[in-house]
Design a protein around this ligand. Structure first.
Ligand code: ZN
Length: 155
């Protein structure tokens, strides 16, 4: 990343975070030459890896479906919307920080389970028991859509 002030080629990343809307990465940078600071934005849509299913087919990463999966597992559990948002954010950040253009669906499932384990043990067991009997997260999500529709958003 070129420094916009002195055109120096090297800058140091001071801080990286996903925007509140979850659709961009904001990086605070410092030029190693002139020491000036600036912020860059990267759109997540461009960086989000494509999900590779077990059968080899590719599907676009869908944050809406991912949220629906977690909400289904967390139904009637004492977990706040904020805690859910943070968990989703961490999953996205991990997928983004891998830098890979493709990610195995099983890996996405593992990330989801890791987050649920931290959030709520019951939700974790729910998700794990259902998820294990499915090929991948995409199938779990299809199941949600077919049988229950997207769960109602609760506070
Ligand atoms: Zn500079």
């Amino acid at each position: 990343m070129k420094c916009p002030f002195c055109q120096h080629e090297e800058t140091q990343v001071l801080d990286t975070r996903v925007s509140e809307e979850g659709d961009a990465i904001r990086r605070r940078r410092r030029c190693t030459h002139c020491d000036k600071r600036f912020t860059t934005f990267e759109r997540i849509e461009l960086a989000m890896p494509v999900v590779v299913k077990k059968n080899g087919s590719r599907t676009e990463f869908d944050p809406v479906k991912l949220r629906a999966s977690l909400m289904l597992a967390l139904r009637k559990r004492p977990v706040s919307a904020e805690a859910l948002d943070e968990a989703l954010q961490r999953i996205k950040e991990k997928l983004l920080s891998s830098g890979e253009r493709e990610v195995l669906s099983g890996h996405v499932g593992e990330l989801v389970m890791r987050e649920l384990k931290r959030l709520d043990k019951i939700a974790y067991i729910r998700f794990a028991s259902v998820y294990k009997s499915f090929e991948d997260v995409a199938e779990f999500q299809n199941m949600i859509e077919e049988f229950s529709g997207p769960p109602a958003r609760k506070k």
